[in-house]
Structures are given as C-alpha cells and as structure tokens.
Design a protein around this ligand. Structure first.
Ligand SMILES: [Zn+2]
Length: 224
C-alpha cells in the first residue's frame, strides 16, 4: 500500500513515538530539519557516489536516472515510516458491544528492509488482541504493521514496535504479535540459505499468562 497522506495522524504518531522511547524499542534516529525534498537531493548525491565507486557509467541511458530513482524510493516508498507525520490515523473507539474474545488479523504482509544490509525482509505478521475498553478497525492493524515496516529494521524490533504501538493505542497488554519473514541478506549472501525464515514474537498480558489462550493464538498462527 502506498502512503496516503490524507489518512495520517501526526499527533498520535508523536505520542506513540514517546511510548516507544519509554519502552526502549524506538529505532535509533538523530532528528534533522531536512524536508523530504532535501532528503531526496542528499540521497541522490550520495547514491551517485556509490554507483561511481562501483565503476558504473552514469552517462548510460539505463543508469542515468538511477540515483534520483533510488532517492525517491527511499524517501517516499520504502522508508516513509521513519517520519511520524506519516503515522496512520487509527483512533481506537469505545467497545460498545463489550466484545471480549480474541480479535486476530492473520497474514498481514510485511515488506521491510534489513538495517544491516539494506536489502528486503519479506514475510507476514499475525496480530491479535483482546478488546478491553477500546476496539480498533481491523485494517488499522495492517496499517500499523505497514508503518513500522517502512523503515530500515531488524525483525525483533519491528515485532516490539508493533506490540508497543498497539499497547498504547488500545490501552491493554493483551496483545500478541508474530512476524515470520525471509531475509534476503541471508538468502543472497553470507550463509546463502534459501529455505529458512525467521520467526519473532511478542506476547503480552493474558497471551503471556494464560496457556490456553496462548495455545489458541499459536494454532491460528500455524494454520495454513
Ligand atoms: Zn541483513
């Protein structure tokens, strides 16, 4: 999904950021005053240098626009989740129906980037919660997973960021997050393992303390 600027909530984003900092799961960042246009220009300049260092001919028709193309992709397509002004609008609403069973969203697409190698992390997430005072539209769970995927990431931190963002928004610890993903840095270099995927999870509240609930959640995660 592309970033939809009309469906963002910067104010909520900045409160979620504070909550992530408090829980020590925020991405290490150093704030700067660069606009998106400034960032794109800076990345274009530096990526041209990378291509030149590799010995590529930047006057070739096929390569000439690559620095600009990569810069735009970084800022507006794959790393827009670094900017809390882009945080999705997802106000929790009062749980008027008093629904108190597990709500699960399965197979949420995760397309992220490894912060160690800047190559693709491709997988899916399953997110569950038990509504207390508040409920959230299901598509909002997808939006939150997408937001934190659009950053240079490590999978463990991505999993925790989704958990703590939902903890803040829903006001409950009864949340479970599992991410199962293939790291293309593992696939294409290093050990060159073509079949392995990495599973990370964060279970809170009753998902942690109630073995039956945990088992029910894991059976949904593992159902194909
Ligand atoms: Zn990597």
């Amino acid at each position: 999904m592309a970033l939809n600027k009309t469906k963002t909530d910067p104010e909520l984003g900045h409160r979620v950021h504070e909550h992530l900092v408090l829980n020590r799961v925020e991405t290490p960042t150093v704030p700067n005053d660069l606009s998106d246009a400034d960032k794109t220009n800076a990345i274009e300049h530096h990526f041209r240098g990378i291509m030149e260092a590799l010995g590529l001919d930047l006057t070739d028709d096929s390569l000439i626009d690559s620095p600009r193309r990569v810069a735009k992709m970084f800022v507006s397509e794959i790393f827009w989740g670094l900017d809390y002004d882009n945080f999705p609008k997802c106000t929790a609403v009062e749980n008027k129906m008093r629904y108190d069973e597990m709500v699960v969203e399965r197979n949420i697409s995760v397309m992220s980037s490894c912060e160690h190698h800047f190559v693709v992390i491709d997988g899916n997430a399953t997110v569950a919660y038990i509504p207390g005072q508040h409920v959230l539209g299901l598509s909002k769970l997808n939006r939150i997973v997408e937001y934190f995927s659009k950053r240079p990431q490590i999978q463990e931190r991505l999993t925790e960021q989704i958990y703590f963002a939902l903890q803040y928004i829903l006001g409950t610890d009864d949340i479970a997050v599992v991410v199962d993903a293939i790291h293309y840095c593992v696939r294409s270099r290093g050990v060159e393992d073509h079949g392995s995927s990495t599973v990370t999870s964060k279970l809170g509240g009753r998902f942690r303390t109630d073995p039956a609930l945990r088992a029910e959640f894991m059976s949904i995660v593992n159902k194909h």
